[in-house]
Design a binder for this molecule. Structure first.
Ligand SMILES: *Cc1c(COP(=O)(O)O)cnc(C)c1O
Length: 441
C-alpha cells in the first residue's frame, strides 16, 4: 500500500478505503464491485500539475490517459482539477463530451482512427489530434476544411526507446504499430507532408515509450531524442515545434516486486524530465516547448480496488488450492492477458496473519481464468470478502460480459461516503441488443 492514509486497516481489522469500511461497502453494494478512492485520484492529478507549475512555469499540461478508466465521473474529476484528457476511440471521446469536458483540452490518439471517430472529434472542436498515418493526415485535413477550421495536430514518432517495467531498451528502429521512426527518416517525411497541409497546424511531436516504467532515465532519454529530432526538423524545414508530448507510462505498485512510490517520487521523476527538456532546449537554441504528459495507470491504478466474495474452495491435496470468487477475467482480464501480479487480501480479516498460499480463480469457464496465482492469505472461507488492490487501471476498461456475466458497478468513495459512478448491470442489459429474426421465432 502507498503512503496514503485513505487505504488502511481499521480498528475492526477490516480494510478501509476513502474512510469507508470495505466490508460495509460489500454489504451495501454487493460484489464484485470496483471501488475508487477520489482523494487518491486527485492527489495524483495534482502532483503532476503542481510539478509543471513549480518547475516549468506552468508551460505544459497534464493529460489523463482515460483508456485506463473511462466513465463520465472520471472526466468530471479531471475537469475539476483543470487537467486535460486523452481519448483513443469515439466511445471515450463521446463519454468525455457527454460529461461536459472542455474539448480544447482533449487529445485524440489511435493508430487507426476511424472516419466517424475523426468526424466526431472535429465536429466537437477537440483540441489536438495526434496523427499516426498518412491516410489520417488526409482525412483530418479534409474534415477541417469542410468545417472551415485549422486543426491543431501532433505527429506520433518513435524515438527508438522502448521501456518495460524495470528496464528499457534503445532500438535503432522499432517494429511498433505506433508512430513513425526517427531513425529511418519516416518521421521527417511525414512531418514535411503534414506541413504541406493547409488545414492542419502542426504543433509538435508525441511519443509514448511504454507502460509501468520505473526507470526515470528511460523518459529522459526519450525526451532528449525527441528534442534532438525537433532541432533537426527546424534545421531542415525551418519549422520549430512548440509542443513536446512525452506520453505516459509511469509505474505503480501492484505487489511487493514493485517499488511503492510516494507522491514526491512522481514529482522527482517529472522534475528530472523537465530538466532534461530545458537542457536540450538550451543546447539546440530552441524555445522550451509546451510539455504534455499523459499518465493513465499512475493516476487511477492504485486508487482502485476490487471487492469479491469468496465462494467455492478447492484443495487439490499437495498440489494446489483454489479460492474461487464471484468475479474473474470478465472484470479483470489482466492475469489471463499478461500474468499480471496483484496483492490480494481478505478485507474482513485484514490484520490476520497469512498462513497459506492459494490461487484465486474466477467463475468463467476457462482454466486460464485466474486473478492471482500463489498469493498468501489467511485460511480463506466461503463468504469472506476478498480485496484485490491496485485494480483501478485497465480493469473496468478491459472488462467484458464474457459468459454473460455482469460488468460490475463502480463506486467512488470519499470522506466515508460512497456514490455510484457506474451502475450495476441487469439481465436486461445483457440482452439489450439481442435480436431474434422473425423466421426463428
Ligand atoms: C496508454 C497510453 C498512455 C497512458 O499510459 P499509462 O501507462 O497508463 O500511463 C498515454 N499515452 C498514450 C498515447 C497511450 O497509448
Amino acid at each position: 500500500m502507498n503512503e496514503r492514509d485513505t487505504l488502511k486497516v481499521n480498528n475492526k481489522g477490516h480494510l478501509e478505503i476513502g474512510g469507508m469500511d470495505a466490508v460495509e461497502i460489500a454489504k451495501i453494494y454487493g460484489t464484485p464491485v470496483y471501488v475508487f478512492d477520489e482523494a487518491h485520484i486527485r492527489n495524483m492529478m495534482r502532483v503532476y500539475k503542481h510539478t509543471i507549475e513549480k518547475f516549468y512555469k506552468s508551460n505544459g499540461l497534464v493529460v489523463y490517459a482515460s483508456k485506463a478508466f473511462s466513465c463520465m465521473a472520471v472526466y468530471a474529476i479531471a475537469q475539476s482539477e483543470g487537467i486535460g484528457v486523452d481519448v483513443v476511440s469515439g466511445g471515450e471521446l463521446y463519454t468525455a463530451i457527454k460529461a461536459g469536458f472542455d474539448s480544447s483540452k482533449i487529445y485524440m490518439h489511435g493508430n487507426n482512427k476511424l472516419p466517424h471517430e475523426l468526424k466526431l472529434a472535429i465536429d466537437n472542436k477537440i483540441g489536438t489530434i495526434v496523427l499516426d498515418s498518412y491516410r489520417e493526415v488526409d482525412m483530418v485535413d479534409e474534415l477541417a476544411q469542410q468545417n472551415g477550421i485549422i486543426q491543431n495536430v501532433l505527429i506520433r514518432i518513435n524515438p527508438g526507446v522502448e521501456a518495460h517495467t524495470h528496464e528499457f531498451i534503445q532500438t535503432a528502429r522499432t517494429d511498433s504499430k505506433f508512430g513513425f521512426s526517427v531513425s529511418d527518416g519516416a518521421a521527417q517525411s511525414i512531418t514535411e507532408y503534414v506541413l504541406s497541409k493547409k488545414n492542419l497546424r502542426l504543433r509538435g511531436f508525441h511519443c509514448h515509450i511504454g507502460s509501468q516504467i520505473f526507470e526515470t532515465q528511460s523518459f529522459i532519454i526519450a525526451a532528449r531524442k525527441v528534442m534532438d529530432f525537433i532541432a533537426i526538423i527546424k534545421k531542415e524545414t525551418g519549422f520549430e515545434s512548440d509542443t513536446l508530448n512525452i506520453g505516459g507510462g509511469f509505474g505503480i505498485w501492484y505487489n511487493d516486486e514493485d517499488p511503492k512510490l510516494k507522491l514526491s517520487d512522481y514529482e522527482n521523476c517529472l522534475k528530472s524530465l523537465i530538466n532534461a527538456v530545458k537542457e536540450k532546449a538550451q543546447e539546440h537554441g530552441l524555445n522550451e516547448p509546451f510539455l504534455v504528459i499523459e499518465p493513465g495507470r499512475s493516476i487511477i491504478g492504485e486508487a482502485g480496488i476490487t471487492l469479491y466474495t469468496v465462494g467455492a474452495i478447492k484443495d487439490i491435496k499437495g498440489i494446489k488450492k483454489y479460492v474461487a470468487v464471484d468475479g474473474g477475467m470478465f472484470d479483470n482480464p489482466r492475469y489471463a492477458l499478461y500474468q499480471s501480479k496483484y496483492t490480494v487480501m481478505l478485507a474482513n480479516r485484514a490484520s490476520e496473519p497469512c498462513t497459506e498460499k492459494v490461487s484465486v480463480a474466477g467463475k468463467c469457464c476457462e482454466s486460464g481464468d485466474l486473478i492471482a496465482v500463489d498469493v498468501s492469505l489467511p485460511k480463506a472461507e466461503s463468504g469472506d470478502i476478498m480485496a484485490v488492490l491496485s485494480t483501478g487501471a485497465y480493469n473496468y476498461s478491459m472488462a467484458s460480459n464474457y459468459n454473460r456475466n455482469f460488468i460490475p458497478a463502480a463506486i467512488l468513495v470519499k470522506d466515508g461516503k460512497a456514490e455510484y459512478i457506474v451502475k450495476p448491470q441487469t439481465y436486461d442489459d445483457i440482452i439489450r441488443n439481442d435480436v431474434v429474426p422473425e423466421y426463428l421465432k
